[in-house]
Every structure is written in C-alpha cells, then in structure tokens.
Write a protein that binds this ligand. Structure first.
Ligand code: DAH
Length: 346
C-alpha cells in the first residue's frame, strides 16, 4: 500500500510543472514542507513491518531527492528566464558603495604640505627606522643627552659594520630627515618632511607612543631669522585664518641656535582664554630656530657660506586645534564612527 503511494508520488513529482515562482512555491509547500506529502509518509512509515523498513525507507529517500531536485531545477529555470528577459531595469542604480574617508591626520598633513609647497618647499621623507647618528649625533645632541635614553627612545638593535657600531632605533622626531637630506644634497635646500615618530611613553588621552610631525628646513646664503618668522606667520594665517597672531618664545634645541617655540593665538577662543589654551590665549604648535653651524658641518655643508632655519610641528596638536579631538587615542583606534565625521573635510 505504502509503496504504491510512494510510486504514485514519485511519478507526480518527476512531472512537476510551474508557470511562475508563486506556483513553484506552492509545489514546494505541497511536497517538501514540514506538513507536506513526504513528511506525512513518515507517519505511515512507523507502522511498516521491520523487514520491509529498509526497502520503503530507500524509496522515500528517492522520492525526497527527486522532489528537491525537480523544484531546484524549476527555480533555476525561472532565475535564468528572468535574467534574460526584457523586463530587466538597466537604469536601476547599483548597490550603494560606501566610500572611505581620509584620516583626519592625513587631511591636516596634506594641508600643511600644500601651504609649504606653495612657498617653494619640496616634499621629501626620511626613514622611520633610523640610527642614532642621523637622529641625534649629526644634530648636535651631546653623547649623554637624555633624549638618547632608553626611556625616551625605542632602540631596536646594535649593528656593527666595518668596525662602526650603529644603534638602530625608531626615530623620536622627524629632525633626522634633515641630516639625511643635507648629507645627500647640496645647498640651497628647501624641504618639508612629514612622518610618524615614536617615543617610549605610556598611552593615555594626552600622550601616545607614536605621533606625527612635519619638519621644515631651509638652507641657503643669507637666510635669517626674519625669513623664518615670516614663513611661519604666513603658515599660521593660511592654516588658522587671517586674524591669527604668532608669538616666538626663546627655547633650546641642540640643533638650532638661537631656538624658539612658536605659539599661535588660540583658535578656539580667539585669544580670550579657554580650557584648551589653559586660559592663556596662546597655544604652542612648533619648535624652530637657526640651524646650528655644527649641524651644517656634520652634514657636509660649509657653515661659513650657508645659514639656514628649521622647524618641526606636531600634527596631532594642529588637528586638535582645528577639530577639537579630545583624546589622542582616537587617532589610532580606527573607529569608523569617528573617521566618518571627517567626510566633509575630505
Ligand atoms: N624635533 C623637535 C621635537 O621633536 C621639534 C623641532 C624643534 C624641530 C626645533 C626643528 C627645530 O626643526 O628647529 O620636539
């Protein structure tokens, strides 16, 4: 009895026909759903005598496979027919592709580069993995200067070549790019060098073990501090607006003499005083000075003929001033919700 019923169903499913997807779905429900014909057979299967179970079971399996195959074939035929039929809407837009956004530090670095390129500076970059010769020694750092200390600088290894020992390190500032460039090029030199730098600092909202700087260097005959001041003032006004004021405070760096730090009038409160500028109305953005003659000589440039100025600025600090990012860690977490906020600035 049961076998006959299975045979009838088998014949039925192998001749299935449907003229549209809706009909096909009805057929699927009729034969293959939980309450469909094939599931119902399973109820009868329980009362089949044990010696016939094997034969009947195999037949039910065959039925199930045939029905599944048939319905899949019909479904494929419909899909093909639809893809080749005339009713495809070729004007329909494709799936939206969400475009990425530039990182805020990239946006600001590009802006800095652009301003200096317009003033005649050439873009160049130095290595992130460098040695103490270029990052410290040629820049007039004393042998016992604290910046060389393991606590500040990430030292990687010591290499020995032709009896010369080199300490390989992650650069702690982009000023090393100055020594690389001066070694290979003759004056006049006018370069801008952006890049990542590393320091052995605990990560917090206000400090990070890596951050970004842009270094500038100009070496020529008769370069003076006045030239430096004018270039920096032009930069500040281009970057933060026409009304921006600058102030230079005497400072110390081993590679410049005299040295200064530059503040700009606080971009956030307009100089009136706010939390960001610690109520002083001024924010420090860079270090600068006249290139120390020792540095020129160490890099093969005649300090009796040439003078120069240099400056180095922190990109994170400038980005904070422009966009008020309160936590440095946000720059390296790659949270797309944060990055998306800079879509309009791209
Ligand atoms: N390298 C300095 C720093 O990391 C910044 C700096 C100061 C760069 C004075 C210069 C300069 O080129 O002249 O803090």
């Amino acid at each position: 009895m049961l076998l006959e019923k299975i045979e009838t169903l088998l014949k039925e499913v192998s001749e299935l026909k449907a003229s549209n997807a809706e009909e096909l779905e009805q057929l699927r429900l009729k034969y293959l759903s939980k309450k469909g014909e094939i599931s119902l057979l399973m109820n009868d299967f329980r009362s089949v005598p044990a010696d016939q179970k094997k034969v009947v079971g195999m037949k039910i399996n065959e039925l199930k496979q045939t029905a599944t195959q048939k319905i899949n074939d019909l479904r494929e035929q419909f899909a093909e027919a639809e893809a080749t039929s005339d009713n495809i809407d070729l004007t329909r837009s494709a799936y939206p592709i969400s475009l990425g956004t530039r990182h805020p530090l990239t946006i600001v670095t590009n802006e800095i580069i652009d301003i200096f390129q317009r003033m005649g500076f050439t873009l160049t970059t130095g290595p992130e993995i460098d040695d103490d010769l270029h990052v410290f020694t040629k820049l007039n750092f004393a042998a016992d200067h604290p910046a060389r200390d393991m606590q500040d600088t990430f030292f990687i290894e010591q290499s020995k070549l032709n009896d010369v020992t080199k300490n390989i390190l992650l650069r702690s500032h982009t000023s090393g790019d100055q020594s690389h460039y001066m070694e290979k090029h003759e004056a006049p030199i006018r370069i801008i060098c952006p890049g990542r730098v590393y320091r052995n600092e605990a990560i917090s909202a206000r400090a990070h073990c890596f951050f970004h700087q842009v270094e500038g260097l100009y070496v020529d005959k008769n370069v003076s501090f006045t030239d430096l001041k004018q270039v920096l003032l032009t930069f500040a006004r281009e970057m933060f607006g026409e009304d921006t004021k600058i102030r230079l405070r005497p400072s110390y760096f081993p590679f410049t003499e005299p040295s200064a730090e530059m503040d700009i009038s606080c971009h956030i409160c307009g100089g009136k005083g706010c939390g960001f500028c610690k109520h002083t109305g001024w924010v420090e953005i860079l270090g600068c000075g006249m290139v120390d003659p020792n540095v020129l000589e160490a890099c093969g440039i005649d300090s009796k003929v040439y003078t120069g100025y240099a400056f180095g600025m922190g990109v994170e600090r400038i980005t904070n001033l422009k966009y008020r990012v309160s936590d440095l860690r946000m720059f390296s977490e790659n949270d797309t919700r944060f990055l998306k906020e800079f879509e309009a600035a791209n």
